[in-house]
Design a protein around this ligand. Structure first.
Ligand code: CP
Length: 315
């Protein structure tokens, strides 16, 4: 029998910063319940979601839409480039329009850090009743990626206590690193950072230790590679993909030094031959496809938590 997990309830799902360990554990348990074929909730009233992606996405966008469909939600198509945002309509006014026509949940990816703050701290007469789920804000937070990563690690190791995890690469620009360091520290993992020194800053020191990759790699349980975010770097003249791969990438030689039970993770999209050798994307220690599979079930758990937290969909 599939064990039913406790359901977390939230008004919005914006960041992992305020999530308690018990809530993370419940979300992992609930997502695992869905993954194992547990019954999806039957909502008593129809629910409508809109996915507003102001930055490009494949995984997160399609995964949220899959999660919505699996939960029985109706998804209202929204494309910023053909919407009235292109005529200057604000994000608040866009959501007001969507809410007025009956949308209950907005899943939003935006380039502005904490874009959601102005939407959830409104001054009357402005108000929004819809639930907001953050699908990534600038270099701030990526809650759904982080929680699916925690689910993937939990599946492999059962517990986080004492696990050695290194996050490698484009730290400065990474909402994945910022979300994962919060949760990994709270869950009891021992965290390291690596990659180019210029992409590390003291902001990360409260969460882990910066070390050269080749020094830490043989001791690590989890190697989390970050995408080099070319679109967020101003001047790229100095960047050499081949040089990055040699110095900081997971090459086949480095892969051979990993612990027997170690896993490698990447949020995607992968720059093949940069963060890791193309031949390693589907390697036995790679959890790249598992992360994407788990994302659907974790996003179901996250959407459900906001639906229940806002008492949408009946009982
Ligand atoms: N990991 C991630 O956010 O991928 P997408 O940009 O494709 O959504």
């Amino acid at each position: 029998m599939v064990e039913v997990a406790k359901i977390v309830t939230l008004q919005h799902f914006l960041t992992v910063k305020k999530l308690q360990v018990e809530q993370v554990e419940s979300l992992i348990a609930r997502a695992t319940f869905f993954k194992n074929g547990g019954a999806v909730p039957q909502f008593e009233t129809p629910l409508y979601a809109a996915n507003l992606f102001f930055e490009n996405s494949t995984r997160t966008h399609c995964s949220f839409e899959m999660a919505e469909r699996k939960l029985g939600l109706q998804t209202i198509p929204f494309d910023p480039s053909t919407s009235s945002v292109s005529k200057g309509e604000t994000l608040y006014d866009t959501l007001l329009a969507l809410e007025s026509i009956g949308v209950n949940l907005a899943v939003i990816r935006h380039s502005q850090n904490e874009y959601y703050r102005d939407l959830v701290e409104l001054t009357p007469p402005q108000k929004l009743e819809m639930g907001i789920v953050n699908a990534g804000d600038g270099s701030g937070q990526h809650p759904s990626q982080s929680l699916l990563d925690m689910m993937t690690i939990a599946e492999q190791f059962g517990s986080f206590t004492g696990l050695k995890v290194v996050i490698v690469g484009d730290l400065t620009n990474s909402r994945v690193a910022r979300s994962n360091m919060e949760l990994l520290q709270r869950l009891g993992a021992q965290l390291y950072f690596s990659g180019p020194r210029c992409w590390y800053s003291e902001e990360f020191a409260a969460y882990g230790t910066y070390r050269p990759l080749d020094e830490v790699l043989p001791q690590m349980d989890v190697v989390m590679l970050l995408r080099v975010q070319h679109e967020r770097h101003q001047a790229e003249a100095d960047f050499s993909a081949a040089s990055y791969h040699t110095k900081y990438g997971l090459t086949e030689k480095r892969y051979a030094q990993l612990k027997e039970k170690a896993i490698i993770m990447h949020p995607g999209p992968i720059n093949r031959g940069v963060e890791l050798s193309s031949s390693l994307v589907e390697a036995p220690k790679s959890r790249f496809t598992t992360q994407m599979q788990n994302g659907v079930f974790m996003r179901m758990a996250m959407l459900e938590s906001v639906i229940r937290g806002r008492h949408l969909g009946g009982r």
